[in-house]
Design a protein around this ligand. Structure first.
Ligand SMILES: [Zn+2]
Length: 288
């Protein structure tokens, strides 16, 4: 292990020791060690895009509201692929290691853009979880007004369409039992002003209350950011603030610092210790 990395880990461990509470913020990089690729970024599977016919698509194109509207079979095929992959794979040991160690703190909260549902699978307290981008475990109607009346539905394997392995084109499209329009995952994608976020509002309220109590109780807070890339839809932190204004995060009071676990995407700022490691090994090093 390089000397500089050892030093970063030591500094990060001291920060963790000095914190009463921990806010864990995770992105796609968190599940890479489970065998789920990030699809984008330097280590992304789709760095060069996917070629279908004479067209090349990037991840941001496929996972966008535009695609759900203009080419729903491709959008569904890709999500079916992701759904199957998430169910075939399992949360890596870093998840369990993290759970054991956050439980030793006075308090913790998880704020994640991961839609694979692994935090729930592993047994994190769901009242301390904010799934910012939604989850593949639920579907919504393409008609947001239908959702407002009928809510969301659980994703079951029989609803998820089969797709062509080479083209990612789905063979069927699932439809809403209320209005017959298409069902899509209850996941926020790029440019998604039609994401139905109500099911997650109570999670967000709990996060806000949790942060308010930290200030009220005069506790110290450390933020552990794991696998968040640099893009407008990411939960990445910079100088103690979330870079994207999309999620309207409040000021993190009593924050004594941020620790970033990420093997790439280094970005220097005063309040962040960048530990250049992936999730599984990084978590093990921080808490051993
Ligand atoms: Zn509907």
């Amino acid at each position: 292990m390089p000397k500089s990395l050892r030093k970063d880990i030591t500094t990060a461990k001291e920060l963790l020791d000095n914190a009463d509470t921990i806010l864990v913020i995770t992105g796609a990089g968190m599940s890479v060690d489970s065998g789920i690729p990030t699809y984008r970024g330097r280590s992304g599977l789709w760095e060069k895009g996917i070629q279908i016919g004479d067209k090349s698509y990037g991840y941001d194109d496929i996972s966008s509201l535009d695609m759900w509207k203009s080419n729903p079979k491709l959008a569904w095929g890709f999500k079916s692929h992701f759904y199957n992959l998430s169910n075939e794979r399992t949360p890596h040991e870093g998840y369990y290691n993290l759970l054991e160690n956050v439980n030793k703190k006075e308090d913790y909260f998880i704020c994640t853009s991961n839609v694979d549902g692994y935090f729930r699978k592993v047994g994190f307290d769901t009242s301390r979880l904010y799934e910012v981008h939604g989850t593949i475990d639920y579907l919504q109607c393409m008609d947001i007004n239908c959702n407002k009346v009928n809510g969301i539905v659980a994703t079951t394997p029989d609803i998820v369409p089969d797709y062509d392995d080479e083209t990612f084109i789905s063979k069927t499209l699932p439809s809403c039992k209320y209005c017959k329009k298409m069902l899509r995952p209850n996941i926020s994608v790029f440019g998604d002003f039609e994401f139905y976020g109500k099911p997650y509002e109570h999670q967000r309220r709990r996060l806000d209350e949790w942060l308010t109590n930290i200030k009220k109780n005069n506790q110290t807070l450390v933020i552990l950011e794991i696998g968040c890339g640099i893009n407008p839809h990411s939960l990445r932190m910079s100088d103690g603030k979330m870079m994207s204004g999309e999620w309207k995060m409040p000021v993190f009071d009593n924050n004594i610092g941020t620790i970033r676990l990420n093997p790439t995407d280094e970005q220097s700022d005063e309040k962040t210790i960048h530990v250049s490691m992936g999730a599984k090994n990084g978590i093990r090093s921080l808490f051993s």
